[in-house]
Design a protein around this ligand. Sequence first.
Ligand SMILES: *Cc1c(COP(=O)(O)O)cnc(C)c1O
Length: 388
Amino acid sequence: MNSRLIYLDYAATTPLDPRVLEAMMPFLTGMSGNASSIHQVGRAALQALDDAREQVALVLGCQPKEIVFTGGGSESINLAIKGVAMALRAQGKTHLISSTIEHHAVLHALDYLVEYEGFTVTLLPVDRTGRVQPADLSTAIRPETALVSVMYANNETGVIQPITELAAICRERGVLFHTDAVQAPGQLPLDVHALGVDLLSLTAHKFYGPQGVGVLYLRRGTPLVPQINGGAQERRRRAGTENIAGIVGLAKALSIAESERTAHANRLRALSERLIDGVLTRIPQSWLNGDRQTRLPGIVNVGFACIETESLLLLLDQRGICASSGSACTSGSLEPSHVLLAMGLSPDEANGSIRFSLGRQTTDEQIDTLLDLLPDLVAQLRTLTPCA
Ligand SMILES: *Cc1c(COP(=O)(O)O)cnc(C)c1O
């Protein structure tokens, strides 16, 4: 990456950690091997796969058998939601619950089940701070509810959801609980027993690992219909020759993220507080989206009255600053963020909001450079398009 670039889009993807690359190298430059082969090259691949599975299980506090490697976050989420839904449908469980602020991987997997498989879905609302209320979940659960899926922390606002409480309600009512924990590693604890979840999805490229490799934690005994059929890999839960280099990288990246979590989170917290304070004091008619306390330390989503974020993103980009309007999947289109709308922002407020996500290479100096530029850019945009 250009060293003068100020990259503030870590929630979209993170750079590969050199220590992770080093762990992957033998499998990228030499023979990667097929873990299903009988010979020594295959056995070496199988050994690497087993070691990686143990490393991941150690971080999640589960058994290695409960880990399924996938092709990324979207695949893990699709496998969790469609896999459980298909497995429980025969018992008349045709209702699913999620929230209005989920990533599109969750929302569109649910849409698919409604459109093609006859399921019904209830989406729980969030309050102005961006949080799901556990009481709303209690009321939404029906005898035919198969699965509840609520994200651990939101990728646009960073707001942390009360998943321990939500999972406890599900446990009591005999309903399975999945969480999209993609934004959590390196910032929030991941012990699946402490969280009380039955399924949990992760993707390596959000924690300084490679792109295109993910994890689904599947509590022992959880019914699941595989979504990719073929060989017997991953205990028949996900067919296809394993991406050994990617899996080794994921495991290494997750171990590092967990061992450095407290220090990393504290550093991010100080940086993001500096950014929030700077924005709110220097820019008139600005606000923070989402709860200030119950938030990932690495994500800051702020709004400015009377501007279009798309224009601000272009001006920032010209000055070497990379940020986002929220979800990368919807940028390029001028649709206001479904997350911010669900929190009760108007379409104009949502379209005037911007996400800065901080990470390992973010410095105080970078935040100060941004804070020196931002007031003028916002003022400039406001003179161009005076507020109605
Ligand atoms: C990035 C992201 C995903 C999708 O992960 P991919 O690896 O890109 O498929 C899902 N959920 C959340 C919250 C994310 O931030």
